[in-house]
Design a protein around this ligand. Structure first.
Ligand code: ZN
Length: 472
C-alpha cells in the first residue's frame, strides 16, 4: 500500500461530503404561519372563482384544458408531501386572453391565459409559471397574508379578497380602460412569499422532470415581452431582487427527475391555437363581457342580460376595418361593436347582443369565425356547421342546397335560412357563408337580422363578406 492512497481516499471523502452539502443546499421551505384552515382557503377560492368565471372568457375547450391538466397534474403529484392538502383539488383551465398570465385560487381551477401558451418557448416555461402559482396555493399564501395583516374573520376576508379582485380591479378597467389583473389579492404577495413560490416551484419542476432553469427563462421571456402583458404579471408577482439569478442558482442544486417522453403536446396545442381567432386582450374581453352583461331591461342583477332589439340602431354606412390577428381583415358598419369569443368574433350594434341562460345571443349583426374541418369537402363541413347551429336554434330551417359564393377569393358557399328568434319570438333571417382556408380549416360568417329589417341588412351583409381578406 503506498503512502499516497489514504490521501486520495481522504480527498474523495471530502469531495463526497461537499457534494452532499451541495445537495442539501436546496433551500428549505417552511410554510408561513396561518390561522385559517385549508377548508377556509377553499371557501375563499370558490367565491372568487365564481366571479372570475363570469367575468373572463373561460375556454371550454378540451384540446387546451386537457393539455393544461396534463402539465398541472404532473406538477401537483410532485408537491412535497408537507404542502399537500387533501382539501385542495387542482384543475387547470384556459382563459381566452392574450397576455402572459396565470392565476391560482385555493381549491379551485387554476386559470392560465391562452397568451401564456402562445408566448412561451417550450412546455417547461408554461410549467414554470404554473409551478410558481401552484406554490402560492400549496403554501397557502393568500390566507397567510391575511393572518399576518389583520384580525378579520373569514367572511370579511372573502369580501376583501373578492372586492380587490373584481370590485376594484374590474371597476377600474371598466371606468378607465386600464389594465386589469385578476386574482390580485391572491397575487400581490410580499417579496418574501414571491421568493418562496419561486424556490418551491423549482423543486416541484425538478421532481416532475422539468428543467427548473425554465422558470428563470420564463421570467426572462416575460421581461422581454414588454407590452401590456408583461408589466401586469410582474406587478402581480414583484421581483424579490435578482430573481432570475437565484432561480438559476437553485436550479443548479436540484436533481431533475427523468421526464416522461415528450409526445409533442406543446407543438400540437400551439398549432391548434394558431388556427383559432386571435385572443382579445383582457381589457377587451372584460369590457365586452361587461357590456353584454349590462341589463338593458329586466331586473338588474339577474345573470342574463337579454338584448334589447327594439332599440337597435340601423347599420352605419361608414365602415370600420378590423384586423383579426393573423387570420383576416373585415370591414363592418362603424356602429357595430367587436365582441371577441373563443373561436369567433361577433360584430353587433348596441342592444343587439346579450346572454340568455348563460349563452351569448345576438339579434342583429354577424359572427365570424374559423372551425376545424376534419378533412371533409366544404359542403359536408358546411352541413355540419349548420347542424351544430340547429342544435341550439331548434327552429332554424334546413338549407335547400347552397349557392356558390367566393369569400375573400376562396371558393365559398352561401345559404339563406329562416329562424324564430329565442329573444323576440319573431321571425329572423340567417345567412351562412363558408369558405375553405388553405390550412384545411373552415371560415364561416353567420349573419342575423329580423325578417322585417332584412331588406336593409342583406346589402350590409354582402358588403361585409365582400370586404374579407384572408392573410393565408
Ligand atoms: Zn407570485
Amino acid at each position: 500500500m503506498s503512502a499516497g492512497q489514504p490521501r486520495i481516499i481522504a480527498g474523495l471523502a471530502a469531495f463526497l461530503a461537499v457534494s452532499v452539502v451541495l445537495c442539501l443546499a436546496q433551500t428549505q421551505i417552511v410554510a408561513p404561519k396561518n390561522k385559517y384552515t385549508p377548508a377556509d382557503d377553499v371557501k375563499l377560492g370558490q367565491q372568487a372563482a365564481r366571479q372570475v368565471e363570469q367575468q373572463l372568457p373561460i375556454m371550454n375547450d378540451p384540446q387546451v384544458n386537457d393539455y393544461l391538466n396534463r402539465i398541472g397534474q404532473r406538477l401537483v403529484e410532485n408537491i412535497p408531501p408537507e404542502f399537500q392538502h387533501p382539501e385542495f383539488h387542482y384543475t387547470f383551465t384556459g382563459v381566452n386572453v392574450r397576455e402572459i398570465n396565470a392565476f391560482a385560487l385555493p381549491g379551485v381551477p387554476m386559470f392560465i391565459n391562452r397568451g401564456m401558451i402562445e408566448k412561451a418557448h417550450n412546455e417547461g416555461e408554461v410549467a414554470g409559471v404554473m409551478s410558481h402559482e401552484l406554490s402560492h396555493v400549496a403554501l397557502r399564501h393568500g390566507t397567510a397574508q391575511q393572518t399576518k395583516a389583520t384580525p378579520y374573520e373569514v367572511g370579511q376576508t372573502a369580501g376583501k379578497i373578492i372586492g380587490s379582485i373584481l370590485g376594484g380591479g374590474l371597476g377600474a378597467v371598466i371606468s378607465t380602460g386600464s389594465q386589469v389583473g385578476f386574482g390580485t389579492a391572491f397575487l400581490h404577495y410580499s417579496r418574501e412569499y414571491e421568493k418562496q413560490a419561486d424556490l418551491l416551484g423549482t423543486h416541484i419542476m425538478a421532481s416532475a422532470g422539468y428543467d427548473p432553469h425554465d422558470m428563470a427563462n420564463v421570467f426572462r421571456t416575460i421581461q422581454q415581452q414588454g407590452g401590456s402583458g408583461a408589466p401586469q404579471w410582474l406587478s402581480d408577482h414583484p421581483d424579490p431582487g435578482n430573481r432570475v439569478e437565484y432561480i438559476d442558482q437553485e436550479a443548479q442544486m436540484l436533481a431533475v427527475a427523468p421526464s416522461p417522453p415528450d409526445n409533442g403536446g406543446f407543438q400540437t396545442v400551439r398549432a391548434y391555437l394558431a388556427r383559432l381567432a386571435p385572443a382579445p386582450s383582457t381589457e377587451e374581453a372584460t369590457k365586452s363581457r361587461n357590456a353584454g352583461r349590462t341589463p338593458t331591461r329586466g331586473t338588474p342583477g339577474t345573470p342574463d342580460s337579454r338584448p334589447n332589439p327594439a332599440n337597435v340602431p340601423l347599420p352605419d354606412s361608414r365602415l370600420t376595418t378590423y384586423d383579426e390577428g393573423s387570420l383576416f381583415r373585415v370591414s363592418v358598419p362603424s356602429n357595430w361593436r367587436e365582441l371577441p369569443g373563443t373561436n369567433s368574433v361577433t360584430f353587433a350594434p348596441d342592444g343587439a347582443y346579450g346572454t340568455i341562460r348563460g349563452s351569448s345571443v345576438f339579434t342583429h349583426g354577424m359572427e365570424i369565425g374559423v372551425s376545424r374541418n376534419e378533412s371533409h369537402d366544404l359542403k359536408t363541413a358546411t352541413d355540419e356547421l349548420i347542424q351544430a347551429i340547429r342544435q341550439s336554434n331548434q327552429r332554424l330551417s334546413a338549407p335547400n342546397g347552397y349557392e356558390r359564393a367566393p369569400v375573400g377569393g376562396r371558393d365559398g358557399l352561401h345559404a339563406v335560412l329562416t329562424n324564430v328568434s329565442d329573444v323576440t319570438g319573431a321571425s329572423e333571417v340567417i345567412e351562412v357563408y363558408t369558405a375553405q382556408l388553405s390550412d384545411g380549416s373552415m371560415f364561416y360568417a353567420l349573419a342575423v337580422a329580423p325578417r322585417d329589417l332584412y331588406g336593409a341588412y342583406s346589402r350590409v351583409f354582402t358588403n361585409v363578406v365582400g370586404s374579407i381578406q384572408f392573410a393565408r
